[in-house]
Design a protein around this ligand. Structure first.
Ligand SMILES: [Zn+2]
Length: 107
């Protein structure tokens, strides 16, 4: 009998890590990177996290989220002292062209 994901209880796919499927593990990872210091993701970034978690290939999201410059951007966004705008994102992603970042934020 296949094991089910500890979070979504899906038992139709292989578990990825820590008893979670790929998608749930990506969600945990992104929420940790975007933790604003209170153990949660700030309100104006929650749709962004949801959009990334819903991507067709969560493994791509995993790989993207392990890149050092992406992790720096996410941590900066998590505690950015003001509303997140496209100008803020443009400034932060200057060296990160070609990432799924922009398309996920603007969709
Ligand atoms: Zn799951």
């Amino acid at each position: 009998m296949p094991l089910s994901c500890a979070q979504c209880e899906d038992d139709t796919q292989e578990l990825y890590r820590r008893g979670l499927c790929e998608r749930c593990y990506l969600a945990v990872r992104l929420r940790a990177l975007l933790d604003d210091g209170t153990g949660t993701v700030r309100e104006d970034l929650r749709a962004f996290v949801d959009g990334l978690v819903a991507m067709p290939d969560p493994i791509s999201g995993q790989k993207w989220s392990t890149r050092p410059h992406v992790q720096r951007m996410l941590r900066t966004l998590a505690t950015y002292p003001g509303p997140i705008s496209h100008e803020v994102i443009t400034e932060l992603e200057r060296s990160a062209t070609g990432d799924p970042w922009r398309s996920c934020v603007t969709c």
